[in-house]
Write a protein that binds this ligand. Structure first.
Ligand code: NI
Length: 176
């Protein structure tokens, strides 16, 4: 287990489309080691989500862990640490909700992004079993943000108004 360095915007790997994980990948013990590194890295950096490409692995794997309780996004229902293999997002309600997003690969910045607010996510777990969940509001945004990484997209690509790309200190002072 180890904390890995997180690639930052500008690294070409963050712009690649990652490959799907096949059954043979899931049974490879190396994948468990990579996942342990991802969890250690997420906790060390203090994030709520991490996609494998952010630590240099171009595969369709992401983890999410949303702490519950009152936050700047409102009173959140927690999502325990969840592993998403080959996730796919289907929009249920295209009406958007906007949130200030940050990203461990875009350190120091926040940007206001509007995304579909109600989605269904199909994914596999580490054993390859299929799952589907429906999400609304902030968790729907978190998952869409993370899974964008698997297609080489960053939150800044989703912004409509670049005047709402700001540094964290200015975010706290003028926008929170
Ligand atoms: Ni991100």
């Amino acid at each position: 287990m180890a904390v890995r360095r997180i690639l930052r915007m500008g690294h070409p790997l963050l712009r690649q489309v990652s490959r799907r994980l096949e059954p043979g990948d899931l049974s490879d013990p190396a994948l468990r080691g990579l996942l342990d590194d991802m969890v250690d890295t997420l906790h060390d950096y203090g994030g709520i989500g991490l996609a494998a490409p952010q630590i240099g692995e171009s595969i369709r794997l992401a983890i999410i862990e949303i702490p519950g309780g009152p936050t700047r996004y409102g009173d959140l229902a927690p999502m325990p640490l969840t592993v998403f293999v080959n996730p796919q997002v289907n929009v249920i309600d295209a009406a958007t909700a906007g949130y200030w997003e940050g990203c461990l690969s875009v350190p120091g910045l926040r940007g206001f992004v509007e995304r579909p607010q109600h989605v269904r996510v199909q994914y596999q777990d580490l054993q390859g079993a299929e799952h589907a969940i429906e999400l609304q509001g902030f968790p729907a945004t978190v998952l869409q943000h993370e899974f964008d990484h698997l297609d080489g997209r960053l939150f800044v690509d989703r912004m409509d108004d670049m005047s709402l790309l700001v540094f964290e200190k200015e975010y706290e002072r003028y926008h929170s």
